[in-house]
Design a protein around this ligand. Structure first.
Ligand SMILES: CC(C)(COP(=O)(O)OP(=O)(O)OC[C@H]1O[C@@H](n2cnc3c(N)ncnc32)[C@H](O)[C@@H]1OP(=O)(O)O)[C@@H](O)C(=O)NCCC(=O)NCCS
Length: 173
């Protein structure tokens, strides 16, 4: 069984280890632009973000970040993004845990967690333009392509899932 729990500073060594894995490095974009500054950020609680560890039967297997796009302090998503949009970042830690359905289970929990916020109407994600596997993965969950977008040096594709789309089960369409 998969569950999501809040990440803490005690997870730092594991998160840094996962960061080194080729399947994580390959899709992370420009490392300077995407410096997560884990040492400082992991222990910092803010209203606009959740850092979550996914556990499979109590064993950590992956990471999920949820952010409020408008409130996030670096304004990564731009000042003009719609209010109450949340964004999700997700990765499985170890290469041998890929393709077993864990990402789908994690993403379903993450989506439910976003839409549990009464005002959240949209969820955005921004896979790298060449991360075809992740794009197919998001498509299978019902995300719709909004279009290409450049974030700093990174060419990405932006996808959106609406509350109505999730409720209507567009992923089965
Ligand atoms: C993207 C990511 C989170 C998806 O997680 P995942 O656990 O690999 O994905 P799933 O196993 O749920 O689904 C992927 C594939 O496995 C298949 N699958 C689903 N359940 C399965 C199961 N029980 N057993 C075997 N395969 C299964 C899915 O049909 C899907 O097939 P497809 O790739 O042919 O479409 C993961 O691949 C990952 O961490 N990638 C590297 C980091 C990354 O790209 N993150 C996203 C950045 S935007």
């Amino acid at each position: 069984m998969i569950r999501l729990r809040t990440a803490t500073l005690a997870d730092l060594p594991l998160i840094l280890h996962w960061d080194e894995q080729p399947h994580v490095q390959d899709v992370g974009g420009d490392p300077e632009w995407n410096d997560w500054n884990w040492d400082e950020e992991l222990g910092r609680e803010v209203a606009w973000r959740e850092f979550l560890i996914a556990e499979l039967d109590g064993r950590p297997i992956g990471f999920v970040q949820l952010i409020d796009c408008r409130e996030e302090e670096s304004h990564y998503w731009g000042n003009d993004c719609p209010e109450h949009s949340w964004a999700i970042d997700i990765w499985i830690g170890e290469g041998d845990e890929l393709g077993k359905g864990h990402g789908t289970a994690m993403m379903r929990l993450a989506i439910d967690r976003c839409f549990a916020r009464p005002f959240c109407e949209h969820i955005l994600i921004d896979p790298m333009a060449d991360n075809v596997r992740a794009q197919r993965f998001y498509g299978s969950l019902g995300f719709k392509l909004l279009g290409p977008r450049r974030f700093g040096p990174d060419d990405c594709l932006v996808y959106q899932l609406t509350r109505a789309g999730w409720r209507n089960g567009d992923q089965n369409a």
